[in-house]
Design a binder for this molecule. Structure first.
Ligand code: ATP
Ligand code: MG
Ligand code: MG
Ligand code: MG
Length: 479
């Protein structure tokens, strides 16, 4: 079943059951807590909070999402993309658990001929929040899932919030058992690679006043109504329904991956894990770049533009490592548009502009790489002559500050040479610079834009490459 069909089946199923189909919102919604839309519920937040009356009791959508938090996982796990599509059904004070659970079950298990996805029932597992006996009961008694395939999990996995004050609630997740060749038995609690999470049903009932971590939050009051918010990962469903190993090999993403193979001459699945990860990163990130630009982000040094720049540069850098020395961005953006255009015609209309922005940014980065690499090589040669094995923090800082070298790039290049980087020293210098900037801003009473501050903090903390650029500002510490 191709991605387009998975998508239309979902919308049709819920439209037939009284849900108003709502088109995907832009990735850039005006929400001060978010860099990018990262879940299907985001556009509906005011309805859940009771800030605006919902124009419908039930809705369904397939929402574009970007989760920069997952960037470090991309290509390494089988299931994390930086851009993905979340299919969802929503109830605004209409049905609750007793509606949401049977709907999801019916769509997953009814036959393809009946408009469903045709999953065998005995491959599906469900989780519920600790003491949510009500949900457990519906899974068991109403739907008929045997108790041994229902697991209880604590707030870390089964209480959903946006990571910031706002709506939240216990959730129930649905997993597909990919079989013993994918890992150990014991259900999702034991192995989230073998048991692939495909769908999360959130019983949105609380308004949170503070969220300190996934397990530490305060409920201010119940929401005005009990709501349903669900999210089914389209790419994960496609991997299962297309019988491929991971979400980078599904119909759409594979087209981009194949183009990266053709451009670089590297081979996929030929025994080099490093190359495989890089090709998957390229396929994923190129698509994310296309969607971000289409929604209006331009490469820059702050906020969203900075995230785009970093993602794009990661594509270029990985392609270089895969063996391609010529410009690649134009081709990879074209491939992304070829892959996603049938479902997002606005990408096709915008192709020329997207290609030209991406090519320009690649040219700028090529220059950065050239000069920065020279400086890096000199510093490393110097270090090795003296018998050192750790690159000083100020060298990493200079690369960052003067040449725009992201720290992850410096770390990666250092690792290739078998040397370490004084990350504490680097962080200290970043912090000092940030404090200076803050003091300046205060003095000028102008105030830095919060995202600039955020970027610096995240650079300083961003040792594991990209972990930092989060979509939810205060969520960085949560996941
Ligand atoms: P995981 O535990 O695998 O990281 P999650 O619990 O963070 O997933 P949710 O926030 O519950 O994910 O999102 C709802 C659904 O969206 C998930 O069940 C999954 O199918 C899909 N999804 C979430 N994150 C990603 C991602 N990075 N790439 C692709 N699909 C995703
Ligand atoms: Mg996750
Ligand atoms: Mg999960
Ligand atoms: Mg989940």
């Amino acid at each position: 079943m191709d991605s387009a069909e998975i998508r239309s089946r979902f919308l049709r199923f819920f439209a037939d059951r009284g849900h108003t189909p709502v088109p995907s919102a832009s990735l850039l919604l005006d929400d001060p807590t978010l860099l990018f839309v990262n879940a299907g519920m985001v556009p509906f937040k005011p309805y859940f909070l009771g800030e605006a009356p919902a124009p419908y009791d039930r809705a369904t959508s397939v929402q574009k999402c970007v989760r920069t938090l997952d960037i470090d996982e991309v290509g390494k796990t089988t299931r994390h993309a930086s851009f993905f599509q979340m299919a969802g059904n929503f109830s605004f004070g209409d049905y609750f658990k007793e509606g949401a659970i049977p709907f999801a079950w019916e769509l997953l298990t009814s036959s393809e001929a009946d408009g469903g996805y045709g999953f065998p029932e005995d491959r599906l597992w469900a989780t519920v929040y600790d003491d949510d006996d009500e949900a457990l009961d519906i899974w068991h008694r109403v739907v008929g899932v045997p108790l041994e395939r229902i697991q209880r999990r604590d707030a870390k996995d089964n209480y959903w919030s946006m990571g910031v004050p706002g709506p939240g609630g216990p959730c129930s997740e649905i997993y597909y058992d990919r079989g013993p060749e994918h890992g150990k038995e014991g259900g999702p609690v034991a192995d989230e690679d073998r048991y692939l999470e495909v769908w999360n049903l959130v019983f949105m009932q609380d308004e949170l006043s503070a969220v300190r971590s996934k397990t530490d939050f305060d409920v201010r009051q119940p929401l005005p109504a009990k709501n349903i918010d669900t999210g089914m990962g389209l790419e994960r469903m496609a991997a299962l329904l297309q019988g491929v190993d991971n979400i980078y090999e599904i119909d759409t993403t594979k087209m981009i991956l194949d183009r990266a193979v053709a451009l670089s001459g590297a081979r996929y699945g030929a025994g080099s894990r490093d190359d495989d990860v890089r090709l998957r990163v390229v396929a994923d990130h190129a698509r994310t770049v296309a969607f971000l630009m289409q929604d209006g982000v331009l490469p820059g040094n702050e906020g969203r533009g900075y995230v785009l720049r970093r993602i794009l540069r990661r594509v270029v850098r990985n392609m270089r490592l895969l063996g391609s020395n010529d410009p690649v961005m134009g081709e990879l953006i074209s491939a992304s548009v070829d892959a996603m255009g049938p479902q997002y015609p606005e990408l096709v209309d915008d192709l020329g502009r997207l290609v030209s922005i991406a090519e320009n940014e690649e040219a700028v980065f090529a220059e950065t790489l050239r000069t920065g690499t020279t400086l890096f090589d000199t510093a490393v040669a110097d270090l090795q002559r003296k018998g050192g094995t750790t690159l000083a923090g100020d060298a990493a800082f200079a690369l960052h500050d003067t040449f725009g070298f992201p720290i992850d790039l410096t770390l990666e290049m250092a690792a290739e040479k078998g040397i370490e980087v004084d990350q504490d020293g680097f962080r200290r210098l970043m912090t000092e610079q940030r404090d200076r900037a803050k003091a300046d801003a205060k003095a000028r009473k102008a105030g830095l834009t919060p995202l600039t501050v955020y970027k610096d903090v995240m650079d300083a903390a961003g040792i594991t490459a990209f972990t930092g650029y989060d979509e939810v500002v205060s969520e960085a510490t949560l996941r």
